[in-house]
Every structure is written in structure tokens, then in C-alpha cells.
Design a protein around this ligand. Structure first.
Ligand code: GDP
Length: 197
């Protein structure tokens, strides 16, 4: 998979506006500030790729990137936590997100990006539940691992693995650091598994 050939394809406000549901895609989700953009930029070796999703007004769009060819895509799902969004809008958005996970046939797996210092927050638990409900393979990226010493980082990973022991489906966990570029090979091999027919 040509991760560094990533190119912005389109933004979709709802499921209806997504590109044709053919080929294969993987989606990244995470609370705001979890480190999702940094992870995507590190993966694709492009400094500003995922910045589009941070432009005000674009945060609530599903952003699609092609990976070398149109039929292989990376999807940046909006995070929450921006205080100024009214609850009603947030719930409306959650509906779109759940529908996307449930109905998108080309979606092969979900990467949940989480700050290793604050794993398994409410948003994360919701995404994990949805992944289970939609039988979507899940990979949890515990990022900013450079903020912890090796021991505590590993313990957090084990805690998260333990929390997933009842997960009905395919789930995996890894530590990652965009700053140190650590965990990149592991992430790439997971995504390649999902995206390879
Ligand atoms: P997003 O809102 O989830 O897209 O988060 P960003 O990727 O913008 O990251 C939020 C903040 O965390 C920024 O200040 C980043 O520089 C920082 N950050 C992201 N990844 C890492 C990492 O691996 N290590 C460290 N130390 N900081 C990181």
C-alpha cells in the first residue's frame, strides 16, 4: 500500500455524500487532540495532509484520502471535544458516524487513536461498542507513547488489552509515537492486512 502517495479526495458531511462504496478503506477516529492528525501525517509522511480536517467548519466532515489509487482509501473521521458544538449537533453527528460504521461496505477496519495518558474515555468506549456492534475490525493506537516511560506505556497497553478481552471480534492494540516515529511498521502492517484484498 502506498501510504506516502496519500492525496485528499473529498469531504463528505453525511453518508450520502461519501465517494462510491467500492474498493477498500480504513478509518481513523479519535477525540480531539488525541493525536489523530499527527498519526495520519506520520503514516503518510506528509506534514499537512490531515490538517484539512481541522479547518473550522470542516471538523465535522468525513475526509477521504486516496492511497495511490481511488479504490484504496484512508478516512479521517471527525473527533469531538470542540466545546462550541451544541449537543443536538453532536448527537446528529454521532448518528452519521454510527451509520457510516454500520453501512459502509468498503470499510475494512477502524483505527481508534487515543492519547496513551488518557485511554478508554467515553468517546473511545462508544467507538469500541460500535465497532463490536458492526463487526468492524478494530486497532487501537495508543499514541504519544513518548510521554511515558517504557514500563508504564507497556502497562497501559496491557490494561487496554485486558479491557478488550470480551470484545466479540477482531481487536488489537499498539503503542505509537508520531514524535519518535515509533510503531509505524506495526501500524502499516495492520492497515495493509485490512486493505489487501
Ligand atoms: P488531533 O486533534 O487528534 O488530530 O491531534 P493532533 O495530531 O493535532 O495532536 C494534538 C497535540 O498533541 C499536538 O500538540 C501534537 O503536537 C501533539 N502530539 C501528537 N502526537 C504526538 C506524539 O506522538 N508525541 C507527542 N509528544 N506529542 C504528540
Amino acid at each position: 500500500i502506498k501510504f506516502n502517495a496519500a492525496q485528499f479526495l473529498t469531504s463528505a458531511p453525511t453518508l450520502k455524500h461519501c465517494p462510491p462504496d467500492t474498493g477498500a478503506e480504513v478509518a481513523f477516529a479519535g477525540r480531539s487532540n488525541a493525536g489523530k492528525s499527527s498519526a495520519i501525517n506520520t503514516l503518510t509522511q506528509q506534514k499537512k495532509l490531515a490538517r484539512t480536517s481541522k479547518t473550522p467548519g470542516r471538523t465535522q466532515l468525513i475526509n477521504f484520502f486516496t492511497l495511490g489509487e481511488e479504490q484504496t482509501r484512508l478516512v479521517d473521521l471527525p473527533g469531538y471535544g470542540f466545546a462550541k458544538v451544541p449537543l443536538e449537533q453532536k448527537l446528529e453527528w454521532q448518528k452519521h458516524l454510527a451509520k457510516y460504521l454500520e453501512e459502509r461496505k468498503s470499510l475494512k477496519g477502524l483505527v481508534l487513536v487515543s492519547d496513551i495518558r488518557h485511554p478508554l474515555q467515553e468517546f473511545d468506549r462508544m467507538m469500541i461498542q460500535w465497532a463490536e456492534d458492526s463487526q468492524m475490525p478494530l486497532h487501537i493506537l495508543l499514541t504519544k507513547a513518548d510521554k511515558l516511560k517504557k514500563g508504564p506505556a507497556k502497562n497501559t497497553m496491557l490494561d487496554v488489552k485486558r479491557a478488550l478481552k470480551d470484545f466479540q471480534g477482531e481487536a488489537s492494540v499498539q503503542t505509537f509515537s508520531a514524535l519518535k516515529k515509533e510503531g509505524l511498521d506495526q501500524l502499516k502492517s495492520r492497515l495493509t492486512e485490512w486493505l489487501t484484498p
